[in-house]
Design a protein around this ligand. Structure first.
Ligand code: IMP
Length: 430
């Protein structure tokens, strides 16, 4: 039975939420495998709008199992606040529809403190993080001093873990001019939330393995985007997790053979939030127009997103690294009404041509995009549900993207509405 991994192929905010929701109808399980509540997924279902940060998008569908895998960093207080918000919208979340891996590391208030303290101290060199404590939480995971969900079950273990963690954090905080952690308060907070969280805890690797054997379909939901990947992104202006498709296996506890179809989500233009290189960025009125038409404001932080032309070089690169089998192209309608459109097909750096983005920061800073100009279209593509509904110039634009990124379009999304989607290849087809 085919499983599907969904990853953002740009800097995040490609419109993954809608596509995951659309695909979740065909899946039995929807699993998150990296990131935390730095993600922002907006789902529009009928006249209801759901904004999710930590919970898998499939949670809003009845009869599906949502999973938070060990590759995620989990803020328990953010989790329950999201669960409460969903309850107010009529979606109930309990252990029957949400399972959390026992070995998931926690994000604590001290991680958020550290995230903000460091960003403030960095001045102009700041990363532009979401301030959710993501980086510090991953650091503690690989530093072997984190508190994981299962640690909450035993007071003695928890106490020892807190000691180990504070032995690292208190001196760090002192150096940044922040007070030491109130140990008793932290322990009390964790002890209070422990039973609530433990009710969801499971050996996810085992349950998912058994479900897989029983023929259940798993949809792996990536967060952020490939260019924010800790290894392959525009380092250090990245998030702290692996956002590429391979993480779906290690971030849930299934082998790589469990990954079936890799679907890359690609926006018909480019955006990024936070600092860092962005070769096709437009700071003129065209960029302004893309931002306004595309409602490019962050779901999590409300920050204005930087906007630019479609960069085929970057998407070709991320599709190759994630082994993308097909893309879902989103927000084509934002390009309606432009006389001409530009696609970046290569870079010039110091007189040399590049067909990829080199790793060295000094080279990235000197990139000049090489553009190809295409004819725009005046008609509206919004809400199109078949190729026949699209103007010829729009089809030409999509075909040219496929050619340049070496990857076919599997799905085309033409509005935030669930049903405004053109299906070319079913990612779940065996
Ligand atoms: P962090 O993940 O909060 O550490 O932020 C690191 C970088 O990733 C910053 O540039 C953020 O703006 C960016 N980022 C994190 N999550 C998202 C997301 O869901 N969409 C877009 N950008 C994100």
């Amino acid at each position: 039975m085919a499983n599907v991994v969904v990853v953002g192929a740009q800097w995040g905010d490609e419109g993954k939420g809608k596509i995951v929701d659309w695909l979740s109808e065909r899946a039995d399980v929807i699993a998150r495998f990296q990131g935390g509540h730095n993600a922002g997924h907006t789902l529009v279902i009928g006249n209801q709008v759901f904004k999710l940060s930590l919970l898998p998008s499939g949670i809003v569908r009845k009869g599906k199992l949502a999973v938070i895998g060990n590759g995620v960093v989990l803020d328990p207080w953010a989790l329950f606040s999201e669960i409460d918000k969903l309850a107010a919208q009529g979606v109930s979340v309990g252990p029957e529809n949400l399972m959390i891996a026992e070995n998931t590391p926690l994000i604590l208030p001290l991680h958020q403190d550290l995230d903000r303290l460091r960003e403030d101290a960095a001045g102009k060199a700041k990363i532009g993080t979401t301030g959710r404590g993501i980086g510090p939480a991953y650091e503690d995971k690989v530093g072997r001093r984190t508190i994981r969900v299962a640690d909450l079950a035993d007071p003695e273990t928890l106490s020892a873990r807190i000691d180990r963690l504070l032995a690292h954090h208190d001196p760090l905080r002192q150096g940044l001019g922040a007070p030491a952690i109130d140990r008793a308060e932290l322990e009390a907070k964790l002890t209070e939330i422990a039973p609530k969280l433990l009710a969801f805890a499971q050996p996810v690797w085992k349950v998912l393995g058994e479900m897989r054997k029983a023929g259940k379909r798993i949809l792996f939901e990536g967060a952020q985007g490939s260019l924010l990947d800790i290894d392959f992104g525009t380092y250090p202006y990245v998030t702290s997790s692996t956002t590429m498709s391979g993480m779906a296996a290690t971030g849930t506890g299934l082998g790589p053979s469990a990954i079936g179809f890799v679907l890359g989500i690609v926006k018909a233009y480019t955006t990024r939030v936070g600092e860092g290189p962005f070769p096709t960025e437009l700071t003129d009125e065209v960029g302004q127009r893309l931002g306004e038409r595309g409602h490019e404001f962050g779901t999590v932080t409300g920050r204005k997103r930087r906007c630019g032309w479609f960069d085929a070089v970057l998407v070709r690169q991320t599709c190759a690294i994630s082994g993308v089998n097909g893309i879902a192209l989103t927000k084509l309608d934002v390009l309606d009404g432009f006389d001409t459109l530009k696609i970046c097909t290569g870079y010039e750096i110091d007189g040399r041509h590049y067909d990829y983005l080199p790793t060295a920061a000094a080279l990235q800073a000197r990139v000049t995009p090489v553009y190809e100009e295409m004819e725009g279209w005046k008609e509206s593509t919004q809400g199109a549900r078949s190729w026949a509904d699209l103007p010829a110039a729009a089809i030409k634009y999509v075909r040219r993207i496929e050619e340049l990124i070496h990857c076919p379009v599997a799905l085309l999304s033409t509005s935030p509405e669930r049903d405004d989607t053109i299906l070319v290849t079913d990612p779940f087809a065996d």
